[in-house]
Design a protein around this ligand. Structure first.
Ligand code: NAP
Length: 260
């Protein structure tokens, strides 16, 4: 059939070396668990976050060499980071981009920032990190993703589709926009052999949670507990595998039944 996209063989890789991933926000939480899981499975992971690489926290091989220190709120720095990532790839294909880094600012007293109280500067920062950086990275690394018949996974949130007691309005709207962007990108990237999906975690035990989240919300979740970062990483592993070779434009919810 003219123009048809070839169906990959199960287990096929685009080249001989290890599969390669770019992952933002690897220093803690969901990103940290994801690097651990993929590194154990032989992937090379190029990580991006604001802090320098910390070998004590991040015990994976090649970590310091494959860490790009960048503030995703600084769009000029992001362009330089893309150049840096391309240099590290050195012409090799990219098999996955996971846009995981995200911020959820609170008021100085820890309270929720609403549509009435969110400062414009906060709104801009949240949209730069949570929404613009994912699409700029995917566009910047398009050729490498295409060469690797790669996949993009955007980390959205349960908060993109319902008001939350702690997460603020800027965060919620950025995640709703990211879910919509996932659908748009899936449509635009599919003819080039690149799948684009999202995962929407509920309450996962990481630093991003407000202190009282577990105590207040766990009893309301049908599974009666918050999730672990590794329970999110394992879904990312599925989406980046050939088992998901015909899945694109989806948002998979990981929340213990919180939205039922
Ligand atoms: N935990 C949850 O319950 C939950 C629920 C729904 C969705 N999510 C989403 O899941 C993703 C990961 O969340 P998490 O809970 O693992 O968060 P986390 O523990 O707070 O970690 C956030 C990561 O993002 C990086 N990061 C933050 N701002 C950045 C910036 N400006 N530039 C570059 N990197 C930056 C941080 O590294 P540095 O500090 O080194 O920059 C860190 O590695 C986020 O997108 C979040 O919105 C989480």
């Amino acid at each position: 059939m003219p123009g048809a996209i070839p169906v990959p063989r199960p287990g096929a890789v685009a080249d001989d070396g290890p599969k390669v991933m770019v992952l933002t926000g690897a220093s803690r939480g969901i990103g940290h668990a994801t690097v651990r899981l993929f590194a154990e499975n032989g992937w090379r992971i190029i990580t991006c976050s604001r802090q320098p690489f910390d070998r004590a926290r991040c015990p994976w091989e090649e970590g310091p060499d494959d860490h790009v220190q960048v503030d995703l709120n600084d769009l000029r720095a992001l362009n330089l980071a893309i150049v840096d990532i391309k240099a590290r790839l050195a012409g090799r294909p990219l098999h996955a981009l996971i846009n995981n880094a995200g911020i959820s600012p609170k008021a100085p007293d820890g309270s929720r920032l609403s549509s009435l109280t969110t400062p414009v500067a906060t709104w801009t920062e949240v949209f730069n990190v949570n929404f613009l950086a994912p699409v700029l990275l995917a566009r910047g690394l398009f050729d490498e993703l295409k060469a690797g018949r790669g996949t993009v996974v955007n980390v959205t949130s349960i908060v993109g589709s319902r008001v939350h007691p702690f997460a603020g309005t800027a965060y919620a709207t950025s995640k709703a926009a990211l879910a919509c962007l996932t659908r748009e990108m899936a449509h635009d990237f599919a003819p080039h052999g690149i799948r684009v999906n999202a995962i929407a975690p509920g309450e996962i035990k990481t630093d991003i949670l407000s202190p009282e989240t577990e105590e207040r919300l766990a009893p309301l979740i049908p599974m009666r507990r918050v999730g672990s970062p590794m329970e999110v990483a394992s879904v990312l592993q599925f989406l980046c595998s050939d088992a998901a070779s015909y899945v694109t434009g989806e948002e998979i919810h990981i929340n213990g039944g919180q939205t039922l």
